[in-house]
Design a protein around this ligand. Structure first.
Ligand SMILES: [Zn+2]
Ligand SMILES: [Zn+2]
Length: 310
């Protein structure tokens, strides 16, 4: 294995690497030496990320390498967007929680994002994020939460719903590392300034897609009870040690005050979903003037994001 890594990649812990693709992190985990299971990819970034992911895999594991599986923390467009291209290159199974599968098999779209929460440019721009379901029916496997994922035998699956219906985090007990997906972030994901510059502060899930705040709070408390020594999030920098543990206990204790939006479509009225997808979305409430102002702001935000993407 090539130990001289490009500075674009960071090491989370032994046999765990990550990279940031635009504003979202993906991770690669190698199983223990001698294991027949090889390595797995966690999340796939936005659409258009596949070449960078394949280049990282080949830098780490050698030319022509492929993962034994791809695992999704959830199926939002910034985590699953790279899948269709990657699956043309790698014929491998894709694992997701059963409650995320409707959004990966063309059955349902996610509840729409709430652009009014969080007050940042990214929240407004979220109206442009794809919510249309992918269709990778032929590759998808439902995660058995109790049994874990066969291709990742040392890791536990922790259900952390709220941000999305079947969101999961992955935990490696032996080194106390948690890959948190969007259950928490270490950057204020609603702000375009901090997502592109990474400020390093533990926060709740990105607000604009979170569709059940009560569940999101319970998930953060579940993570705090696990009390990992390292958290590698979907958005933001890896956090460790005392700094992490203090911030996590504080976030869990004060989630309602510090992580929840003061108002928002899903705040007291969560979207409902089941194994077929979305069954109920709360009505959209806002004044006509506000809507006009927001459409302009969103169009501008979208333009700025597209410029960043170029
Ligand atoms: Zn998400
Ligand atoms: Zn995300």
């Amino acid at each position: 294995m090539n130990r001289l890594l490009n500075a674009k990649y960071f090491q989370v812990a032994q046999r765990i690497w990550g990279t940031r693709l635009l504003f979202v992190n993906i991770y690669m985990i190698a199983n223990r030496p001698g294991s027949a299971k090889g390595w797995v990819l966690i999340d796939t970034g936005l659409k258009g990320s596949s070449a960078k992911i394949i280049a990282m895999a080949e830098a780490l594991f050698g030319p022509g390498t492929k993962p034994s599986a791809i695992i999704l923390t959830h199926a939002h467009g910034d985590h699953a967007g790279g899948l269709p291209e990657l699956l043309k290159h790698w014929n491998v199974p894709v694992y997701a929680h059963r409650l995320e599968i409707p959004y990966l098999t063309g059955l349902s779209s996610y509840p729409p994002p709430d652009p009014f929460v969080g007050g940042g440019l990214m929240s407004l721009a979220s109206v442009f994020f794809p919510v249309k379901p992918l269709n990778i029916r032929h590759r998808i496997r439902a995660i058995d939460v109790e049994e874990g994922i066969p291709e990742l035998p040392d890791w536990k699956v922790i259900e952390t719903p709220g941000h999305s219906p079947g969101h999961i985090s992955l935990y490696l007990p032996v080194s106390s590392v948690l890959l948190a997906g969007d259950a928490v972030a270490t950057t204020k994901a609603e702000s375009a300034i901090s997502v592109f510059n990474y400020t390093g502060k533990l926060c709740g899930p990105p607000k604009y897609f979170t569709m059940n705040w009560e569940a999101a709070a319970a998930s953060v408390r579940k993570i705090a009870a696990v009390n990992p020594r390292t958290i590698a999030p979907g958005h933001g920098l890896v956090m460790r040690g005392r700094e992490l543990q203090d911030a996590l206990q504080e976030l869990a204790e004060n989630f309602e005050e510090v992580a929840m939006p003061s108002s928002g479509r899903y705040l007291n009225n969560p979207a409902m979903t089941n194994e077929t997808g979305v069954t109920y979305v709360p009505p959209f409430v806002s004044s006509a003037e506000f809507k006009v102002a927001v459409s302009f702001a969103a169009a501008f935000a979208g333009f700025m994001i597209m410029r960043q993407l170029r």
